[in-house]
Design a protein around this ligand. Sequence first.
Ligand code: CO8
Length: 292
Amino acid sequence: LCRQLPAWGRAARHPQRPPQPPSLPLAPCRAFSNNKILVELDESSGVATMKFKSPPVNSLSLDFLTEFCISLEKLENDRACRGVIFTSAVPKIFSSGLDITEMCGKSAEHYTEFWRAVQELWLRLYGSNMVTVAAVNGSSPAGGCLIALSCDYRIMVENPKFSIGLNEAQLGIVAPFWFKDTFVNVVGQRVAESSLQLGSLHPAPQALKIGLVDELVPEEKLQEKAAAVMAQWLALPDHARQLTKSMMRKAVLDRLLAHREEDIQHFVGFISKESIQKSLRMYMEMLKKKKS
Ligand code: CO8
């Protein structure tokens, strides 16, 4: 792909890099992996794939969040990388959202560290200079939905059994303002308002209808489609795309940056309440009962 791009396409993000002559051999694919995330970077296209591999449900534990942020930072600083596709290596699940066990029965210090890591993930992903595409190959509630919403483009497998949405209200908790802002920026005020109040999880066809995802594809076409979308986005000059993205997202990012400590305090106070702890315990029990 990089060979086909005009010189400005690749050079813009890193003006010091000279345009690649067409006769260069294709660069190899580099991979790095830690416990919960696998990253493969195809240097010839400049596209990395980040695969979540934390069974059973890719829940966003503190370890997962930390690995995610480190991986994203590595790619952001890698001159060979211009775009990232996010997908899951766990069948039927993209991500089950924040790991509820991280929010139950822990200390205020733990909640503080956990919430800072959640903020960090969003700040890095929503503010990324790279093109970000979510290839949603399974259910994606709450924090999983936030990851998809924070990308530039969302493609979901057309299976109506897979659902996506910010369902926090169903757990008796409230999506923070920056989850809400990200959601509104994708689906608009009216849809976000009802969807958030009802804690709706939208089956894939409905998610497409309300604009929560950009398109649906059969599972076997997902990676191919994600690569095609990525190529389309990467065909533009990086600097123009990046400045436009920043113009669209800056106000929302700045809002959290300006209130980050307050937001942590709010989360810790809220999640530490006995009534909220009780709701979360009941929800976890409900998940377990559902199985038996
Ligand atoms: N955290 C921790 N454990 C989880 C989570 C989770 N989010 N989701 C599932 N699990 C566990 C289950 O309890 C179960 O554990 P075990 O095997 O020990 O019984 C195991 O993972 C497998 O789960 P299921 O059997 O339910 O797997 P299924 O394949 O049938 O279903 C689903 C997968 C659809 C993902 C289903 O598990 C589900 O709906 N999970 C709950 C998802 C959810 O509601 N997440 C919301 C998390 S909250 C969040 O992300 C934002 C919070 C913002 C906080 C704001 C506060 C101010």
